[in-house]
Design a protein around this ligand. Sequence first.
Ligand SMILES: *Cc1c(COP(=O)(O)O)cnc(C)c1O
Length: 420
Amino acid sequence: MTKEAYCQKQATPLHTREGQGGGSLINEHFLNLSSNYLFADIAKKVKAFKAVHPEADIISLGIGDVTQPLCPAVIEALHKATDEMATKSSFRGYGPEQGYDFLREAIVRHDFLSRGIDIDTDEIFVSDGAKSDTGNFQEILAKDCIIAVTDPVYPVYVDSNIMSGRKIVYLPCTVENSLAPEFPKEHVDVIYLCYPNNPTGTTLTKEQLKPWVDYALQNNALILYDAAYEAYIQHADVPHSIYEIEGARKVAVEFHSYSKTAGFTGIRCGYTVVPKEVKSEEASMKDLSLNKLWNRRQCTKFNGASYLSQRAAEAIYTPDGREQVKATIGYYMQNAYMMKETLSGIGFQIYGGDDAPYQWVRTPDGLSSWQFFEQMLTEAHVVCTPGVGFGPSGEGYVRLTAFGQRERTEEALNRIKSIF
Ligand SMILES: *Cc1c(COP(=O)(O)O)cnc(C)c1O
């Protein structure tokens, strides 16, 4: 159906209310979203295969969620916080929209001061996770901002800006540039960077990230830096925070999440750093900083992450919590290491996976992402994620994840080895 036909079909009953001007009721920018059926399409194909081969033992190397349970320090904190809620004297209702100080102070101390980075507690905004914050942050930016994203990309950055009607510029990440984006060829106002990257699992070293901060400073651009996989970094030259780069406090906002760090995908907690220096030129004249705007936005639309999840997050920073979280990440990274050893050993071209739970695998023999997906499913009974689902430059790749159980991951690798 053409866009016009769709509008007519959908909008006629909504906006023909007489005497009210006749404008459309819905936000028509939503019609410009491409239907992202990636994971639904995968599920459908797996289901169809299972129907014909009910005996097949299918293993997924496509899981984008953690599988290991919460660590004991977090469980203990959750129990304690629950008990507090049961007593009148320690019960908590609404908390501060920006997060409790106990958590904001722990964040500043452990995630920033310990790395020599100066961040104030009022630059930390605790949230229910990085998906909402990376999706919502564009609300405080001008409607006509031009947005740059790397390609392939985490779809949230693209779709949230399309919903607001903004223009998107893709920065292709391919073998030719070793999956590291090049500067945009036209002016852009906002650049989303996610490192370690989902889906490619690659990183930028401090040396590679610095030119982006300089670029933003010179071109009056804002960097929205997604550090959701920061805890997976193993190498010393890979920055855990963009604020390790000089000048970044003036041009970058940074998103963190406890989802992949500590298995909080179901608990829900994360935070966003908005330094007070970040402002656009025109906003400086009006004394408007992004920190003030984001604070205003959150106070209006968000009532804080739950007390329980914030106590749970605080527990990650205790000595026990830190050790336990590190052990779980070590488990996933051991999977990643095994995957890389085995697959590169049989001739696959693999990117990422050294500082991230994701590996970006070139399909063999020039197969398309979906053709290789089919081959893996039908011959090895292994599920992977077609790279083309993350953007046009993802064609010819698949994403593998290290979030599986050890034994199942080993079994999947043995099967792949026996085919190729
Ligand atoms: C998983 C993930 C997040 C975290 O999302 P939450 O809402 O905190 O669970 C953020 N960014 C990227 C790129 C991710 O893959």
